[in-house]
Design a protein around this ligand. Structure first.
Ligand code: TLP
Length: 346
């Protein structure tokens, strides 16, 4: 049995058709906007999201950074959940490179933030305060159990933004997972948002790349910021070629990752010593809690790694496992078998 790698969906490898498309890609200099394959991917992404324009960037982190910097002047504030990836895991880039201050109301387990908390976080006009410039949501929400945010919720947040003249950005690193889980489209989910980023290199299995979508004016600004951050790439059509395949071939199959996550979660929840909040398993991310206090998470991770099952400990008594295109149902069964025998014997 090959290694079952559940550390993240970032570990996915490009498919055969992606590798072929990379070989066949027509290329040019994308800083001059002359790479036909990049232009095709960006046009396609804009259409899929119902926005005017799109921009490829090297990573999800840069996608969020160029978006926040395009929306916010230095010294202004962005409202983000306290468990937002942009707040927690992007090296403080919005503050370090943009001088943007995060205001962080609490995220609930389902990835939402209380609407009154968002309203209350918008700064009044007073010289003591930074000016609020942006609201950010994350869909699906990584730390909040991979929860998908519904269109109804997103629209309510967008309406608060509209009342105050604030744009809404979605970190949609896994927005296709959200759309598939909610049986809707990304276009529908993002109808009322001003910008959205999504990752090609997570569940969609591309080797590299993320895309930001929004108005032509916003993307123009984002393009200049991308260049300033050193993210202008030249013959990057080799990345876009895989991205086009991802949008054509890799969305529907996310259902499989979701059913594998459910199978994994159910199996783990049945193991004595581990528990999963089953009602929160809706996409491809499973958080399992270690019960009893007799084992340390790092011991479990090391023991499982020796058995060819990889995942991360993400807290004093918690693990994260992310199903992905590199792990089939047999891989899930292997992981469950190894976990069961470890917990039965220890
Ligand atoms: N998330 C990674 C790690 O950084 C934690 C993972 O394994 O889940 N937004 C969200 C919601 C993300 O989950 C990630 C990556 C990013 C942005 C950043 O993407 P990259 O890694 O391409 O910079």
């Amino acid at each position: 049995m090959d290694t079952v790698d559940l550390r993240s969906d970032t570990v996915t490898l490009p498919t055969d058709s992606m590798r072929q498309a990379i070989l066949d890609a027509e290329l040019g200099d994308d800083v001059f906007e002359e790479d036909p394959t990049i232009n095709d991917l960006e046009a396609k992404a804009a259409t899929v999201f119902g926005k005017e324009a799109a921009l490829i960037v090297p990573s999800g982190t840069m996608a969020n950074l160029v978006s926040v910097l395009a929306h916010c002047d230095r010294g202004t504030e962005v409202i983000l959940g306290d468990k937002a990836h942009t707040y927690m895991y992007e090296a403080g880039g919005i503050a370090a490179f943009g001088g943007v201050h995060p205001r962080t109301p609490k995220n609930f387990d389902d990835g939402t933030i209380d609407l009154d908390e968002i309203r209350g976080a918008v700064r009044p006009d007073n010289v003591h305060f930074p000016q609020t410039a942006l609201i950010g949501l994350e869909n699906s929400h990584n730390v909040c159990y991979g929860s998908p945010l519904t269109k109804a919720y997103i629209d309510e947040v967008a309406a608060i933004g509209q009342e105050h003249g604030l744009p809404l950005h979605i970190d949609g690193a896994r927005i296709f997972n959200a759309a598939v889980a909610l049986e809707t489209t990304v276009k529908d989910l993002t109808e009322n948002v001003h910008s959205v980023s999504f990752c090609l290199s997570k569940g969609l299995s591309c080797p590299v790349g993320s895309v930001v979508c929004g108005s032509a004016k916003f993307i123009g600004k984002a393009r200049r910021i991308r260049k300033g951050l050193g993210g202008g790439m030249r013959q990057a059509g080799i990345l876009a070629a895989a991205g086009i395949i991802a949008l054509d071939e890799m969305i529907e199959r996310l259902k499989l990752d979701h059913s594998n996550a459910r199978r994994l979660a159910e199996g783990i929840d049945a193991i004595d010593g581990l528990t999963v909040q089953m009602d929160l398993v809706k996409t491809n991310i499973v958080y399992a809690e270690l019960e009893g206090g007799s084992k340390r998470p790092d011991e479990v991770v090391t023991a499982m790694k020796e058995k060819g099952v990889k995942f991360f400990a993400v807290g004093p008594a918690r693990f994260r496992m992310v199903t992905n295109s590199g792990v089939g149902a047999d891989g899930i069964d292997h992981a469950l078998k190894e976990l069961s025998s470890y917990f039965a014997s220890a």
